[in-house]
Design a protein around this ligand. Structure first.
Ligand code: NAD
Length: 253
């Protein structure tokens, strides 16, 4: 058996919510490893086009497509457009997400629906739309971005934690259903320096909470992209239904 490598040459990756933060870093890491990259975004055309330009600069074929991953119709349209313009997707990263901090007793039905549709239903819709081509090719990799909070829970983040715990359950179920040819794994990062967790915009109390982990710092998006690159590559070919935790020690299973 050949020794596996980190190369993604010859593969096409689609990353949701890739115009910023962790998704953007994953797009760049995959392009550097030789993948063609499809950038999905919502209402961030300029950032998505700038990223595509950067990916081309790295020598990678790259495209961007706007789609709201909460919507079955938009996801179906995305799948058709991507298949027509870029061919079948080998690597799917379900990264798009939102977060909301609110006391549980003030949480509305709409808050719950927004969170669950963006952070969990989207993963169901994307997997349902892109798995058939992977099944036809008898190969594929899906990486779902969960969160350490989906394991730990956190006061005043109940819908987010519930959605991310759901992502982990969905990951394990799909991993079992589509093995051995399609590998489905999750990443559950700790705090990462993106617009979602901006220390500059936080109270000292909130910063202390984020930094209350053994490594006492928050991650850079590139550190999460490194885990995604590993999971996308053949180096992780015996990983199935796993939840990897680049989290500075917040969770020690
Ligand atoms: N930053 C952290 O500390 C942290 C920790 C653990 C997990 N995560 C997860 O990482 C993922 C990326 O978050 P980030 O930190 O890079 O923040 P981010 O806000 O930079 O990225 C989220 C992206 O998702 C996109 N998005 C939101 N709703 C969408 C929709 N309906 N359709 C398509 N795109 C949509 C946004 O436009 C944005 O580009 C999220 O799933 C988040 O929950 C983040």
């Amino acid at each position: 058996m050949a020794t596996p490598t980190l190369s993604l040459a010859g593969r096409t990756a689609l990353i949701t919510g890739a115009s910023s933060g962790i998704g953007r870093s994953i797009a760049l890491a995959f392009a550097q490893a030789g993948a063609a990259v499809v950038v999905n975004h919502l209402e961030r055309a300029q950032q998505a086009e700038e990223l595509v330009h950067e990916l081309h600069h790295l020598g990678a074929p790259a495209w961007c497509f706007e789609a709201d991953v909460r919507s079955a119709a938009e996801v179906a349209r995305l799948a058709t457009n991507v298949m027509q313009s870029c061919g079948p997707v080998d690597l799917l990263v379900n990264n798009a997400g939102i977060i909301q901090e609110k006391p549980f007793l003030e949480t509305t039905e709409d808050d719950w629906d927004q969170m669950l549709s963006t952070d969990l239903k989207s993963v169901f819709l994307m997997c349902r739309a892109f798995l058939p081509a992977m099944v036809a090719k008898q190969q594929g990799v899906i990486i779902n971005i969960a969160s350490d909070l989906g394991i730990l829970g956190r006061a005043e983040f109940a819908p987010y934690c519930a959605a991310k715990a759901g992502v982990i359950g969905l990951t394990r179920s799909l991993a079992r259903e589509f093995a051995p040819h399609i590998r489905v794994n999750a990443i559950a990062p700790g705090p990462v320096a993106t617009s979602m967790v901006s220390l500059a915009a936080m109270s000292q109390q909130a910063i202390d909470k984020e930094l209350d982990i053994p490594q006492h710092r928050i991650a850079e998006p590139e550190e999460i992209a490194a885990t995604a690159l590993f999971l996308a590559s053949d180096l992780s070919r015996f990983y199935c239904g796993q939840v990897l935790g680049p989290n500075g020690g917040s969770v020690m299973p």
